[in-house]
Design a protein around this ligand. Structure first.
Ligand code: VTB
Length: 327
């Protein structure tokens, strides 16, 4: 039997509490979606998330947040959050993941948070990360950043028992991916090009029947990589990430955060280990989560909450009638 001590497992009640945090951020951002103003929507989400986070019974410390202390007045890296009456936890958050998506009212922008035991999340600097991810059900080692995209896709197809041309890869639509896109297309696999939001892109691999995505490949933000790894830790699946530390300045910045080997490939469980809780609420309608909907007498939100130690994944559709709370 898997005996868990209270010191190594975060109180499970917090899983549900986390939903409140992302719900509130999502509602704040959703009021400003489609208005073309990324900063305004992001700021609203940050304010709302911080307010709700400070109600949580945790001794929390932001390790992945809105930026360094001097560049982000709120939810900066190192900020202490919560009531301080509770477990010592590290927090990775993105109150509005996909600010551009939200500003354009396109699918899959999210309010996201992950919570881990203190010291168990990778303190990733805000640089790029090369990522590859698949959902649960594949043999260990099916993906590997050391191998070509062609080889990875071939292995995923074989393990899934389908033709390579039946595989769908999700890649961010960026000039830096021109060669990757060409290579993947040459395998015969299909690509979903996304404008932003690679946390959602990675999470979508966990439910290919619903999202149509089998594998995520490409370079996105490192903070988003850690958030996505936290989610996959809960659902199962595999992910690897390699920080792109391509200047002496970035190498020095990473070293200050405890990263000695600039070429190291991190496995999912090295990016988020121990007991991890994860929550995401849809801001705009998406492939897995509906966005926030407003009606005359209620606000509806759709949230997924997960916990690594049990592997439980809950979807919460909430009807909020106490609408004043969200003003
Ligand atoms: C991604 C994506 C984010 O940043 O990680 C990306 O998930 C990476 O940076 O939504 P570039 O935009 O420079 O490619 C975002 O798009 C947010 O800016």
């Amino acid at each position: 039997m898997n005996v868990k001590t209270t010191s190594s497992v975060i109180d499970r009640i917090l899983t549900i509490e986390l939903a409140r945090v992302t719900e509130r951020a999502a509602v704040a951002a959703a009021r400003l979606r489609g208005h073309g103003d990324e900063k305004m929507a992001d700021q609203a989400a940050v304010d709302a998330m911080r307010t709700e986070l400070n109600n949580l019974p945790i001794d929390g410390r932001v390790v992945i947040g809105e930026g360094e202390r001097d560049e982000a007045p709120m939810l900066y890296i190192g900020e202490e959050v919560g009531t301080r009456n509770g477990p010592a936890v590290d927090i990775a958050l993105d109150p509005l993941e996909g600010t551009t998506i939200c500003a354009k009212n396109l699918p899959n922008s999210l309010a996201v948070i992950a919570l881990a035991e203190r010291g168990k999340m990778l303190y990733a600097p805000d640089v790029y990360m090369d990522k590859i991810a698949v959902g649960p059900g594949y043999p260990a080692g099916v993906i590997d950043l050391r191998d070509s995209a062609t080889e990875n896709i071939r292995r995923v197809a074989e393990a899934k028992g389908v033709k390579v041309s039946d595989i769908n890869a999700c890649i961010m639509d960026r000039p830096r991916h021109a060669r990757l896109i060409e290579e993947v297309r040459a395998t015969g696999a299909a690509i979903r090009l996304i404008g932003d939001g690679d946390v959602a892109g990675v999470i979508h691999t966990t439910n290919p029947d619903q999202t149509g995505i089998d594998v995520y490949i490409g370079i996105g933000g490192a903070p988003e990589g850690v958030l996505a790894a936290a989610a996959l830790r809960c659902t199962g699946g595999q992910m690897q990430g390699r920080l792109i530390l391509d200047t002496p300045e970035k190498i020095a910045r990473a070293r200050k955060m405890g990263i000695e080997d600039p070429l190291r490939i991190y496995e999912m469980s090295e990016m988020a280990s121990g007991d991890v809780l994860f929550a995401a609420t849809g801001v705009t309608d998406g492939n897995m989560l509906s966005g926030v909907h407003f009606s005359r007498d209620a606000i509806t939100t759709h949230t997924v909450v997960m916990r690594s130690s049990s592997g439980t994944v809950r979807e919460i559709k909430a009807v909020h009638r106490d609408m004043d709370k969200f003003i």
